[in-house]
Design a protein around this ligand. Structure first.
Ligand code: GLN
Length: 202
């Protein structure tokens, strides 16, 4: 059902840990072929990359040990790889991470400060309906699981949705990030937005 290495420009899904299958299936739903990314060679020719949720500390370690951190950083630095970071993926794209491990790395391509587990112990997991603003249709159902809190964003960051005043869906150029898990609900607007940013590949 999930198109891997199918025809057309491929969108990669980082496959080290976390909810990979759900992202592959969400990309399929918006008509995009996808590829699992486990090694630097898997980045070849991709027109975009999804960094799923999971545990950002573990993901950071695995990115290092596979050589993927440097390979992805190089592609992001060259501006040739749109990226969607969800939950732990948001932490991995942010410029500054609060409450992380000292050796935890992030790509720093989103001008945002995020706090790991920023929604606190009382609300480690919850659901909320997000208002995307006038003309953007129905509310977007969103699942938050030990979600990072976006503490602040730079002026170049567009806030697409907020929850209790804090940004939870943001975009900076070809970087899209959410504090929640858009792959866990049937609403595909976040994946469609990202797919539209992904061009025809290298
Ligand atoms: N709390 C996790 C972290 O710090 C993120 C949780 C998630 O991705 N669902 O990496």
């Amino acid at each position: 059902m999930v198109a891997e290495d199918g025809p057309g420009p491929l969108i990669g899904v980082l496959d080290l840990q976390g909810d990979v299958r759900e992202h592959l299936s969400a990309l399929h739903d918006v008509g995009r072929a996808s590829r699992r990314v486990k090694l630097p060679a898997d980045l070849a020719g991709l027109c975009g990359l999804v960094v799923p949720g999971g545990e950002s500390t573990t993901l950071s370690m695995l990115l290092d040990s596979t050589g993927l951190f440097d390979a992805i950083e190089a592609r992001l630095g060259a501006g040739s790889l749109p990226v969607l970071g969800t939950c732990a993926g948001l932490i991995l794209v942010a410029r500054q991470v609060l409450g992380g491990r000292a050796d935890q790395r992030s790509f720093g391509v989103l001008d945002a400060v995020v706090r790991r587990n920023g929604y606190g112990r009382q609300a480690q997991s919850f659901e909320a309906d997000l208002d995307l603003g006038p003309g953007e249709g129905a509310v977007l159902p969103a699942v938050f699981i030990r979600a990072p809190l976006i503490v602040s964003v730079g002026t170049g960051v567009e806030v697409l949705a907020r929850l209790d005043g804090a940004p939870v869906l943001v975009r900076q150029g070809s970087v899209v990030a959410s504090a929640f898990h858009p792959e866990l609900t049937p609403d595909r607007r976040v994946h469609r937005l990202f797919a539209d940013l992904c061009g025809a590949g290298e």
